[in-house]
Write a protein that binds this ligand. Structure first.
Ligand code: CP
Length: 312
């Protein structure tokens, strides 16, 4: 594997999850694998978990780590070839990616969707710009359309918690005051397509995800019905895909409650808005897996970096 850009870069989810669970037992086991090498983490957007867990994973593998808040501290980058750069951008991705490749052996990028131009977001100009012009492996730390490190952590969490051959897993939309990207939901759906499970997506009308990602997933617009007898309920907000980037609904009847959760385990990638996305009674209960999901972000990053270091 050269790059880790999407869930599709996982050649065997089961093997990766098992390897990550082994690494979790002894995180420093491969502490010399990255010796003498450097990873650069470039953030065009805010982060808590991704920033700290990816650093932690890199340190566990003996990598040196450089972190840059590119969005607030770097030069504004130009991504279009042939542009006369007489407007707001100061440096072209061509030079920036090549220069960073001299300093780093792996570069990891966080660059969210702008949610104003679907075509631009789906072109993944930041991630693909680095893929095109960097000479080192590129890792996606959440891009416009995917968050594959989160999805891998979620797969590890599911494997640790699941007791059934074919669990029922529900992805439920929940209300949020701001327009949020589709990245987490997209990657969770793609990851579930690699799992043996009864998988259901529930959301209000108008919140259909990109059909090229959801494919033939079962959609149930009645949230209570969707959640019946679920083993795991993953709750996440996303903005409308069809009416691109718009908040069409903030109906708090979609907030996850203990009643709807039933006996299921609650999952969310964090950060989460309490009593908007999920009621306190759920988040504070022992049915919540959110802290363990965040813990597993270290091991999902570690398995990805391990595979890159072994193959490059
Ligand atoms: N879940 C997640 O990616 O968290 P951060 O945005 O804090 O990195």
């Amino acid at each position: 594997m050269k790059h880790y850009l999407s869930v599709n870069d996982i050649d065997s989810l089961n093997d990766w999850v098992n390897e990550a669970r082994e690494l979790k037992k002894e995180p420093k086991k491969l502490k010399t694998l990255g010796e003498g090498k450097t990873i650069g983490l470039l953030f065009f957007n805010n982060s808590l978990r991704t920033r700290l867990s990816t650093q932690k994973a890199a340190i566990n593998l003996g990598l040196d780590v450089i972190v840059m808040n590119f969005g607030s501290e770097g030069w504004a980058l130009e991504y279009v070839d042939g542009t006369v750069m007489d407007q707001g951008t100061s440096e072209h991705i061509k030079e920036a990616a090549q220069v960073i490749s001299q300093y780093c052996d792996i570069v990891a990028i966080r660059a969210f969707a702008g949610l104003t131009n679907k075509e631009e977001d789906e072109a993944e100009i930041v991630l693909n710009g680095f893929k095109k012009y960097a000479s080192v492996p590129v890792v996606n730390m959440e891009s416009s359309v995917g968050h594959p490190l989160q999805a891998l952590a979620d797969a590890i969490t599911l494997a640790e918690q699941n007791t059934k051959k074919r669990p029922k897993v529900v992805l439920s939309w929940a209300p949020h005051p701001k327009a949020l990207p589709h990245a987490v939901a997209n990657s969770f759906v793609q990851m579930m397509q690699l799992q043996e499970a009864d998988f259901v997506i529930t959301h209000p009308e108008g919140y259909e995800l990109n059909p090229e990602i959801s494919k033939d997933a079962i959609i149930e617009h009645d949230q209570k019905k969707a959640c019946e007898d679920a083993d795991f309920i993953y709750v996440k907000n996303w903005s409308s895909y069809n009416t691109y980037g718009q908040v069409l609904n903030q109906d708090k009847n979609w907030t996850m409650t203990k009643e709807k959760l039933g006996k299921a385990k609650f999952m969310h990638c964090l950060p989460v808005r309490r009593n908007m996305i999920v009621a306190d009674e759920v988040l504070d209960s022992d049915q919540s897996l959110v802290i363990e999901q965040a813990n597993n972000r270290t091991y999902s990053a570690q398995i990805v970096l391990k595979k890159i270091l072994e193959n490059n």
